[in-house]
Design a protein around this ligand. Structure first.
Ligand code: GLU
Length: 423
């Protein structure tokens, strides 16, 4: 449990999930464990009021956050989420997972995250722009190309990053493309960034599947959440010969044991923003998604989806966490006992921030790489990181999650120790 006065203990909250993941790794950190408390509190958390004028002339206030969990290894890095359920504690957990993720793949960043408690679908484009600009201005006191670099997350995209970059640049007086990543290509964005997270899920999934002798050709995939991450990962698995047999999103749950047609699926998602109207599949009850016969399950939506009860029902042999924090700690134990291999979020979905790093480097050098170069470098980083984590998990007989935490926390806490306590 947390000993921070501003945290309310909810057993299944993302922050509590994160804390119990840290507790599991402390025994493997040797003398570095003395710095363990560093990981259990964010370095800095900013809460901002975001007032905007709506199109109808009334004023509305939104709650915004930017949390910098740890900056030992470099500037803060992490997305901005727009969702009605966003809370300070959720953003704290997401920022902490960014710290682990960046260290786990060896990027020179700390971890940060931001969010606004809002349903963006209820706003017009102009309102969305005003809210984004005011939020950026408010968090402008702690972000910057060398301080903390936001990026897209749930319900944010390249256009929102463009407004953030412009607002920050207007406030500081010079165009600062490196202040955010995930920007449109003409504003210093990187080729391959949009699909990078899904690609990382595919690459780590392919490597994990090979290790458990699961052939991707003909493998049955179930995906929860068909946003950017879920849909890009599904496309790559289908290209590799797998069959997409179940899809769940906010509009419903559909199954087809013969496989979804990927082109039609993408068309429906683009047209409707949800899967519900896809024709060649049967609609089932949402809860039945967890019983679907499949080989690979990809949770790519929100936190806390795989509970212990659901973990007991899963048919999959391999779980690839495209989302951040989809699995509760008890469920991790259930899946471990049942012999289900879980590639945890903190490595599985690190492809996005890896190409964000490439984007940031390209912005500084004003020299841009080809999409092939990006993908080759991304694949290599993901394959090498997974190999190292896999070997760590075998050496200590621990799950891939605890192994990723072990690799990452060691790097973070060595940096902590070498920098020393100030003053
Ligand atoms: N929001 C993404 C994540 O959770 C990407 C963050 C980034 O690119 O900085 O990893």
């Amino acid at each position: 449990m947390s000993n921070l006065s501003y945290v309310t203990p909810h057993a299944d909250s993302p922050w509590q999930t994160y804390l119990s993941q840290v507790d599991r790794v402390l025994p493997y950190l040797g003398s570095l464990a003395k710095w363990g408390e560093t990981l259990k509190r964010p370095k800095r958390a900013l809460i901002v009021d975001v007032p905007i004028e709506l199109d109808n002339g009334t004023v509305r206030h939104f709650e915004g956050y930017r949390v910098q969990h740890n900056l030992s290894r470099g500037p803060g890095k992490g997305g901005v989420r727009y969702h009605p359920d966003v809370t300070l504690e959720e953003v704290m957990a997401l920022s902490a997972w960014m710290t682990i993720k960046c260290a786990g793949v060896g990027l020179p960043y700390g971890g940060a995250k931001g969010g606004i408690r809002v349903d963006p679908k209820a706003l017009s484009m102009k309102e969305l722009e005003r809210m984004t600009r005011r939020y950026t201005s408010e968090i402008g006191i702690i972000i910057g190309p060398q301080r903390d670099i936001p990026a897209p997350d749930v319900n944010t995209n390249g256009q929102i990053m463009a407004w953030m970059m412009d607002t920050y640049s207007m406030n500081t007086g010079s165009t600062a493309t490196g202040v955010v990543t995930g920007k449109p290509i003409h504003l210093g964005g990187s080729l391959g960034r949009v699909k990078a997270t899904g690609r990382g899920v595919f690459v780590t999934g392919r490597e994990a599947a090979r290790r458990i002798n699961l052939n991707l050709d003909g493998a049955r995939i179930a995906v929860q959440g068909m946003g950017n991450v879920g849909s890009s990962a599904a496309e790559l698995f289908v290209q590799a010969g797998a069959k997409l047999v179940a899809v769940q999103d906010h509009t419903g749950t559909l199954v087809n044991p013969n496989g979804f047609d990927m082109a039609d699926t993408m068309e429906v998602l683009k047209r409707d923003g949800g899967i519900a109207n896809y024709k060649n599949a049967e609609r089932i009850d949402n809860e039945a998604f967890w019983d679907v016969d499949c080989d690979i399950l990809i949770p790519a939506a929100l936190e806390g989806q795989i509970t212990a009860a659901r973990a007991n029902r899963l048919k999959a042999k391999l779980v690839l966490e495209g989302a951040n924090g989809p699995t509760l700690p008890d469920a991790d134990d259930v899946m471990h006992d049942r012999g289900i291999l879980v590639v945890p979020d903190v490595i599985c979905n690190a492809g996005g921030v890896t190409v964000s790093y490439f984007e940031w480097v390209q912005d500084f050098s004003s020299f841009f790489w080809s999409e092939d170069e990006i993908n080759v470098r991304l694949d290599k980083i993901m394959v090498d990181a997974l190999r190292h984590i896999y070997e760590t998990s075998e050496k200590h007989k621990i799950t891939l999650r605890t192994a990723t935490f072990a690799v990452a926390c060691e790097r973070i806490l060595i940096a902590r120790e070498e920098r020393g306590l100030y003053p």
